[in-house]
Write a protein of this length. Structure first.
Length: 105
């Protein structure tokens, strides 16, 4: 079996890191992707980033010496976890549509 389901915030963080981003850029992108529904506080974000670094799902990119901004990028393992979650969510949507056809329209 795969990884346990991702939280919505972690899913959006991993999506955001398909291209290199620093913390504030991740916060902004997650808010944009979720239509403003998901707001990440800095503490929440950096806790999640530390967990994702420990799992090997993201990497920290080497930054400029003078800059405090650290950029992150998704790894191959992170892409695998992201794709597993994407397929799980698609299955949920397809099964929901089968049983809720009338209500959806």
């Amino acid at each position: 079996m795969g990884n346990p389901p991702l939280t919505e915030a972690v899913y959006y963080i991993l999506l955001s890191l398909l291209q290199p981003r620093h913390g504030y850029g991740i916060i902004q992108n997650v808010q944009a992707l979720s239509g403003g529904r998901v707001h990440l506080a800095a503490g929440t974000l950096y806790g999640a980033l530390n967990t994702l670094l420990e799992k090997g799902w993201i990497d920290s990119l080497p930054g400029e010496q003078e800059s405090r901004k650290k950029e992150y990028i998704i790894t191959a393992a992170g892409r695998t976890a992201l794709l597993q979650e994407y397929h799980r969510l698609c299955e949920l949507a397809v099964n929901g549509e089968k049983f809720l056809q009338e209500e959806i329209r």
